[in-house]
Design a protein around this ligand. Structure first.
Ligand code: SF4
Ligand code: SF4
Length: 175
């Protein structure tokens, strides 16, 4: 039978005298702060921007915000199949389906559509799986948008904010 050897890592590590008094780490941290202060105040090398007057460019690898597409006839492509919701690894998508009535058939191609479609950007990891899983080509990560906000509610993308306008640009994204 195999024996398990327990190693006490804390006991094995021997602390030097300056590690025990924390002075070294405090001084090191203060030195880094001072270095950035001098760079910023006297050399004009700031690591921060005066947002929102100045904005940093997103990386070219950033996929973009979610948008919900319409077909050539202006109908919502999403048929509320839930594929994107099920595949989302971050559990960021919430959909409520409803049946298409004869009155709104001109807006929805199939017998059901998403009454509610929300994406929680606080959970989303921008993996793009929702886009890949969608059998209708209804959801894409290609929209513009700002991630900075002082309000959590702004980070819930609603259907109204994501859905393309008929013949127009994506609505609801904050520029
Ligand atoms: S991009 Fe990924 S994490 Fe974000 S909603 Fe789509 S599947 Fe979920
Ligand atoms: S966006 Fe696509 S995958 Fe998601 S519910 Fe609508 S049709 Fe299905």
């Amino acid at each position: 039978m195999a024996t398990i050897k327990v190693v006490n890592v804390a006991q094995k590590h021997t602390f030097t005298w300056y590690e025990k008094f924390y002075f070294y780490s405090i001084a090191k941290g203060m030195g880094i702060t001072l270095k950035h202060f001098i760079k910023s105040a006297f050399l004009g090398k700031r690591v921060t921007l005066e947002y929102p007057e100045k904005k940093r460019q997103y990386s070219s690898r950033f996929r973009g915000m979610h948008s919900l597409k319409r077909d050539e006839q202006g109908r919502e492509r999403c048929t509320s199949c839930f594929c994107c919701m099920w595949i989302c690894p971050a559990d960021a998508i919430y959909i409520e389906a409803t049946e298409t009535t004869p009155e709104d058939q001109h807006l929805h191609p199939e017998d059901k559509y998403a009454k509610t479609f929300e994406i929680d950007l606080l959970r989303c990891i921008f993996c793009g799986l929702c886009e890949e899983a969608c059998p209708k080509g209804a959801i894409y990560l290609d929209g513009n948008g700002e991630m900075a906000t002082d309000n959590r509610q702004d980070l819930i993308l609603t259907k109204e904010r994501m859905t393309e306008k008929v013949g127009g640009p994506i609505i609801g994204q904050r520029n």
